[in-house]
Every structure is written in C-alpha cells, then in structure tokens.
Design a protein around this ligand. Sequence first.
Ligand SMILES: NC(=O)c1ccc[n+]([C@@H]2O[C@H](COP(=O)([O-])OP(=O)(O)OC[C@H]3O[C@@H](n4cnc5c(N)ncnc54)[C@H](O)[C@@H]3O)[C@@H](O)[C@H]2O)c1
Length: 283
Amino acid sequence: MTEIRTIGVIGLGAMGGGIAQLAVEAGYDTIGREVSGELAEAAAGRIGHFLTRKVEKGQLEQADRDVAVARLTTTTELDALAGCDLVIEAIVEELEPKRVLFAELDGICRADAILATNTSALSVTEIAAATARPERVVGMHFFNPAPLMPLVEVVQAELTSPETVESAAAVGARLGKEVVRCHDTPGFVVNRILIPLLNDCLRVLDEARVTPEALDSAMKNGAGWPMGPCTLVDLVGIDVHVHASEALHAQLGEPRMAPPERLVEMQREGKLGRKSGQGFYSY
Ligand SMILES: NC(=O)c1ccc[n+]([C@@H]2O[C@H](COP(=O)([O-])OP(=O)(O)OC[C@H]3O[C@@H](n4cnc5c(N)ncnc54)[C@H](O)[C@@H]3O)[C@@H](O)[C@H]2O)c1
C-alpha cells in the first residue's frame, strides 16, 4: 500500500472544505487548491471556524485545533500539489473540467501518487482515462457534510489497481469513515438509489400540489426520513443535484433520473439552495 502523508484537495467548496477539514484533523499535511486566493482564504477561515466550534463544544482540545489548522495550506497553483501522495478532486460535477484537471495532475504529480475524484455520479473510468495512470485513479465519494456523514464509497474503476483501492480505503478509515468498496457503476451505491428517489419526491410537489414544508413533513413523519427531500436538496446544492441527475440519466436512461423541470428552472434563476441563500427555503 502507498503510504499517504500529504493530501491535496482541489476545490474547497461544500465538499472539498469538509474533506480538507477531515484530513487535517486526522494528521495529514493538507494542501487545498481553489481558483482564487479569496475563495481559498474563505475556505480556510470556515475550516478554522468549524474546528473552533468543536473546541467550544468540548469535542477537541484547543492545542489540537491549532495543530490541525497549521497543517492546512492553500494555493491557487496546481504545481503546489506536486509533492502530494494523494489528491482528492472536488470541483464542479462536469466531466470535461474533471478530465482536463486529471490530465494536468497526471503531468504534475509523482507517478506513484493516487488521484481520487469525489464525483457524485460521473464515470470514474472516464475521468481516469484522461491520465496515463488509470491504475492509480479511484473514486472517493464522501457525503455532505463530509465531517459529519459517516460514509465514504471507495470506487474501483475499470483499471484501478486493488492496491490503490486499499490505499484509498485506508485513508477513508483514518478519516474516521465507514468505507464501502464498490465498482464503477453509475451513481455507485447511494446515489444510484437516492437521486431518482429525490427526483420522484420533487415531482410529487407539483403532482400532489403540496408545499416544500408539507412534502418534508410527509417524508419525515410518514417514512421516517431524518431530513425532508427539499431540505436535503437545498443542502446538496440545486446545481450539484441537477448535474448528478443529468449524469445518471445520460448513463442509464431512466426517465425518473432526469432532473425535474422545477429544479432546472431554480438553477437557471441562481436559486442553488443553502449556498446561494435561496432554494426551496431561504437561508
Ligand atoms: N454537494 C454535495 O452534496 C455532494 C456530495 C458528494 C459529492 N459531491 C461532489 O463533489 C464535487 C464538488 O461539489 P460541491 O458541492 O463541493 O461543489 P461547490 O460548488 O460547493 O464547490 C466546488 C468548488 O470547486 C472550485 N473549483 C472549480 N474548479 C476548480 C479548479 N479547477 N481548481 C480548484 N477549484 C475549483 C469552485 O471555486 C468551488 O469552490 C462535485 O463533483 C459533486 O458532485 C457533492
């Protein structure tokens, strides 16, 4: 197994920020890459803030918080990730930008470094094919919010080596996650089931003419869901859910996988959920 000491995280949004937080807490030297210094600093500030909250709640010692924060550096330069043993990508859920990035990383990172994608529903095999090291490319699919959700799916693409899978699984375990290994099928395990189900829920909004509050109440109180579907899609991000639905639909073709028109409109209007301040609910 490859020994992982330094982790690069690309894209410090909802997912990458959470993954970087997990990495510094677990003792990895971590380099986060964003597209601008402003976004990188804001993400580092959020991670510091979340760790301070853990100290206030008695979940973390102040000294451990400070050491963890010091393990994080941020950059806008991809070259700064040259020394990483593992790079986890968490940028926009679109195939081409991910393939371009993986091709660049392939030229920058050591030949034995592992490149992982946090994609929700794109083909890890297609992303890996943009590199000359597909045996060192793997899916590491975390859930939102990454510091709190216990699962990581470790996805073996067509050419991923068993050793790469085991190295990624070992990192997942050290980050405190329950690891489920699976093969590279559209949506892997959870999203193959959850995305069409959430789309069904959102179509029911119009069919049954209920409000988001009523739908959320129905699924919480009638189906025992911990969180209603509208609240969940707001948390995921309307854009992320639309892209993941499109990816699943393109690969498997089931009509219920296509994003509901209402969501596509919300995306067009910039109502992206929690991150934009407005989705099914206002934040
Ligand atoms: N939101 C979720 O619930 C969720 C859950 C699991 C997986 N994912 C997946 O994680 C990935 C990221 O999703 P997110 O919700 O964090 O999105 P997000 O929009 O919150 O964050 C994406 C970040 O990536 C940055 N970025 C874009 N291109 C970049 C590049 N080339 N280099 C560096 N940074 C770049 C953007 O500036 C942005 O800050 C997607 O593939 C998504 O499908 C999302």
